[in-house]
Each structure stands twice: as C-alpha cells, then as structure tokens.
Ligand binder design. Structure first.
Ligand code: BGC
Length: 382
C-alpha cells in the first residue's frame, strides 16, 4: 500500500512538472492596467508582454505606443532601452513621437501636397513648409481600440485605429491594425494591416528611440550600426528627398560595415549638415517586394553587449540620430533627454514618395490590403 502511494505521488509530481513546463513554454503574460486619462476623461491603458527569456514590453493604447522595452545585457541584467514618459501627459504634450506608431504617412511629404488619380490633396503643414508624420493629430496623438490575442503560443496585443476621410487632409477612411508580439526568441514583432474605402496613401512606421545602454543620460554615439544599404535618398534643406539615389560609398553614410555612430557624424559633409546629423532614408538592398522579410540593420552597444537586429519587408529605413532632442523633454525617472540620447530606425516607404514617381509607391486602393512586418530581435555579443 505504502509503495503504491509513493508511486502515485511520484507520478503526480512528474505530471505536474510536465504540465508546468508546457505552460512555461507558452508563458507570455499580459497585465492590462490604467496608465492615465485624457482631458476628455477617456482612460489610457497599458499592456505588458513578458517572455521566458528575460524580456518584457509595455504598450499603451494612446498612439499604439511602446512605453518600455526591457532587454537583458550580456550578464543577463535587463534594462529599459527605449525613451518615453512616466505619465500620459508627456505623450499628450510631447512633440518627439517617442515610441509611437506614426501615420498616416511616416516622415515628410513636400509642401504637404500630392496628386492621386489626377486630383491634388493638401495635408496639414506642421514642419516648416512640409507635412511630417501625419500632421498635427497623427496616429500618435489618438486613442486606439485594443484587442488581446491570447489564442496562440505567442500572445499579442492588437491596436486598431479608424482614420476618417479627410483627417489631416488625407482622402479615404483608413482602418489600421498594429499587432505587437514578443516571442521567446527575444523578437519584438510588429505586424501592420490597413484598408481604405477610397484611394489614399498609407505609410505607418514605429518611432521608438533606442538607447541600448539602458542609460538615457548617455548619448548613442558609441553604438555601432550596420545598415544593409548601398545607397540613400539625399535631401534638401527641408529634409525632403531630391529624388536621387546616391551611393553611400565614400560618404559618412556608409554603414555597410558596422561603424560607431559618432565616428563621422560631425564630418564636413553637406547631407550631415542638412540633417544636423543622420536623418536620412537608406535604400535597403535586400528588398524584393511586399511580404518578403529580410535583414535590414544591426545596432550594437559595446558596454552592455546588447545587439538589436532589425528585419522588415519595407524598401526603406530612416535612421534618425536624435538630432532634435535638446533636453527639453523630461522623460522616465525625470531624465532630460539630451541631444542624441536615442536613435530611431524607422522601416518605411521612402519619404515624399507620393511626389516621386521613381520611389516605391505608398498608394493604397479600396480592395487592397496594406501589410508590413518589422521585427526587432535582441541578443548579446561579447
Ligand atoms: C524624422 C526627423 C524628425 C523626427 C521627429 C524622424 O522620423 O526623420 O526629421 O525630427 O522624426 O521626432
């Protein structure tokens, strides 16, 4: 009898252990909480995904924003690697687009004008004489609807925004879904899906500012960057592409081999002067068409060993070295975000493509589905 009990007990323990392990494998937790409230009383919620490899990511439904991304260093110590604010007021009042999804059109459209099917559309002018990141109330300044997707092994949070016909001057009602998931391979995956009821343009992108050191008092100049691109789109003084593609070879924009960002940022090179540093679109060499995901860039921070590899199916990558950060934005833990304390790697169709017939198109017609997949994969290197 005693022996039978012992056998049963052992079997029970083994079974429980097995069950726990199955659960652990798929263990990616989500904890909705209140992040704050907007002036009109609507609540803003925060959603956290955690994986079993030491990473976690928090998102809010305001701007479909990534508010924190905790990533282990080479010793397994996790730190937040994205700039942002502690409270909703920062996101509502701020102008740097920290962590948000920007749209309807990420980056600039020259003079805020473009033609579609022979008709001219005029967008809000919010950046000198140009249109930037969707206008005054872009996708980063609105509350999105949320769905929690728990069915699969990798739970996800999906935000949806319906942008009405005429918003900021854009034609057509656009419905955009952005789905964030965090895999056990330390991949933050971002899937976009958009439709329209009239011909329009759509080019959303993720505007996180990374500082892989996890210390936002430090500049990003020692980070090493590699971009899989042989050419870039040079800009004019309003940061609008001229329409040419210039080879990176022999210029400070050559990141074909991994380079410290600070090594050439102050070189006397006209394009750097115009951008006040790096603020350009690189033409990704491995782009073959919609839906084909490829490696676009690698960002490495030598002190912590954190390495971020960016994969996308988009033709362009805007590398912005935080040149307009000037200490006036007071972010998480009261830190003033100084010049070049964070950098953005924005996967996209090229800036001003609606006015550049030779650039990849951002046009979306009724019946078509806009799709983008971008993956930020984290690992470490010695
Ligand atoms: C642009 C910068 C702009 C910044 C706004 C970037 O995507 O390329 O020119 O100043 O966003 O924070």
């Amino acid at each position: 009898m005693k022996r039978l009990c012992l056998l049963c007990f052992t079997a029970f323990c083994l079974f429980s252990l097995g069950a726990c392990q199955t659960e652990r494998k798929a263990q990616t937790l989500m904890k909705p909480s209140t992040f704050g409230a907007l002036a009109d009383g609507r609540e803003v919620h925060a959603y956290t995904l955690e994986n079993s490899a030491g990473m976690s990511a928090t998102f809010i439904d305001y701007g479909a924003t990534i508010t924190s991304l905790s990533v282990p260093d080479r010793d397994g110590v996790s730190r937040d690697v994205v700039l942002g604010y502690d409270s909703i007021d920062g996101y509502v009042n701020g102008s740097a687009y920290f962590g948000a999804v920007v749209g309807r059109y990420g980056n600039r459209i020259g003079k805020g004008r473009f033609l579609l099917d022979g008709k001219e559309y005029r967008l809000t002018i919010n950046n000198g004489e140009n249109h930037l990141h969707g206008g005054n109330i872009g996708f980063n300044k609105v509350l999105w609807d949320t769905a929690i997707l728990e069915d699969s092994d990798t739970p996800a949070v999906r935000f949806q925004y319906v942008s009405r016909d005429g918003e900021e001057g854009y034609p057509g009602t656009v419905t955009l879904k952005v789905t964030y998931s965090l895999t056990d391979k330390n991949e933050l995956r971002i899937d976009y899906e958009g439709v329209t009821d009239k011909i329009t343009i759509l080019n959303p992108t993720q505007h996180s500012y990374f500082n892989l050191s996890g210390n936002f008092n430090e500049k990003i100049l020692d980070h090493r960057l590699m971009i899989e691109a042989d050419s870039f789109t040079p800009v004019d003084s309003g940061l609008i592409p001229t329409g040419e593609l210039l080879p990176v070879e022999g210029t400070p924009l050559d990141f074909r081999q991994s380079q410290p960002i600070g090594a050439r940022i102050d070189d006397p090179f006209e394009q750097l002067a115009l951008g006040k540093g790096y603020d350009h679109n690189w033409v990704l060499r491995n782009y073959t068409g919609p839906g084909q995901v490829f490696k676009a860039a690698e960002l490495y921070e030598p002190d912590s060993g954190r390495l971020m590899t960016v994969y996308t199916d988009q033709p362009g990558l805007q590398f912005y070295s935080g040149n307009f950060l000037d200490g006036s934005a007071i972010g998480k833990n009261g830190i003033a975000y100084g010049l070049r304390s964070g950098l953005c790697l924005e996967t996209q169709v090229f800036p001003d493509s609606p006015n550049k017939p030779d650039f990849p198109s951002a046009t979306l017609k009724p019946g078509q589905v806009y799709r983008q997949t971008t993956i930020c994969q984290f690992s470490t290197r010695d």
